[in-house]
Design a protein around this ligand. Structure first.
Ligand SMILES: [Zn+2]
Length: 131
């Protein structure tokens, strides 16, 4: 068993395209960008849709639910952590961390839910924990 511990998370640097995401994260809301032209959601937030190049993208509140697509537990560091790709219920896959769990019990395909973790002097970061 290898239980996750809270570790120091470097502060993300919001850009013009991701500013709204981090502002909402500070309020505990998980926003993703959706394209109104083709209907697909994407991650990381962009002004131009990566699927159809439309500029008609808008923010929408995501469920915060997803499944683990793949993961890797970083064990040989002072504070082990789990790096993972999580596929959101809305479709996009994001690179993130799995937290608040026993790393040895993680499985591909496992259901997870978003949790916001404070960063070191910056906006909170979206991570996931098993349901
Ligand atoms: Zn599109």
């Amino acid at each position: 068993m290898l239980m996750a511990k809270d570790r120091k998370i470097p502060a993300p640097t919001p850009t013009l395209e991701s500013e709204a995401f981090f502002k909402a994260a500070g309020e505990g809301r998980f926003l993703i960008k959706k394209c109104t032209a083709c209907g697909k959601a994407h991650w990381y937030p962009r002004a131009i849709c990566p699927f159809c190049s439309s500029g008609e993208t808008e923010w929408s509140e995501a469920s915060g639910k997803g499944t683990i697509y793949s993961y890797s537990v970083m064990r040989r560091v002072p504070e082990p952590f789990a790096l993972a790709y999580v596929t959101l219920a809305e479709g996009p896959t994001m690179l993130t961390n799995i937290v608040d769990c026993d790393f040895d019990a993680l499985k591909i395909g496992q259901d997870v839910t978003v949790v916001f973790k404070p960063s070191d002097g910056g906006p909170p970061v979206a991570m996931f924990k098993p349901l």
